[in-house]
Ligand binder design. Structure first.
Ligand code: ZN
Length: 104
């Protein structure tokens, strides 16, 4: 397509749904322990990272737009994932939405 998108935020043009969403428990076993979070906590405890440091298994931006329509702005969903320390289930920890705009 060759279209260039630029992620925008804080312009008051966000969707009406209730975002950001956070999910603090494993949907499979209910554990609150997550693999990357456990490692990060260990790093902080051992002085290998600052207390404000955080990391996740993956982060993804998903552009949500109807390819049959020409629009100037569209939602961009950002999901952050980690995996359960106890059962290994990978799940979304946080989901936020910002508006992206076509670069003119
Ligand atoms: Zn689990």
């Amino acid at each position: 397509m060759g279209l260039k998108e630029k992620i925008m935020g804080g312009n008051g043009d966000t969707p009406k749904q209730d975002f950001p969403r956070t999910y603090n428990k494993c949907p499979n076993c209910g554990s609150e322990r997550r693999i990357v979070s456990v490692i990060v906590a260990d790093m902080i405890e051992n002085g290998k990272a600052n207390k404000s440091f955080n990391a996740y298994l993956s982060m993804q931006n998903t552009i949500i737009k109807d390819p049959t329509r020409t629009v100037l702005s569209f939602p961009v969903l950002t999901t952050v994932e980690d995996a359960c320390y106890d059962c290994g289930t990978r799940y979304v920890v946080a989901a936020t939405v910002q508006m992206g705009m076509e670069k003119l």
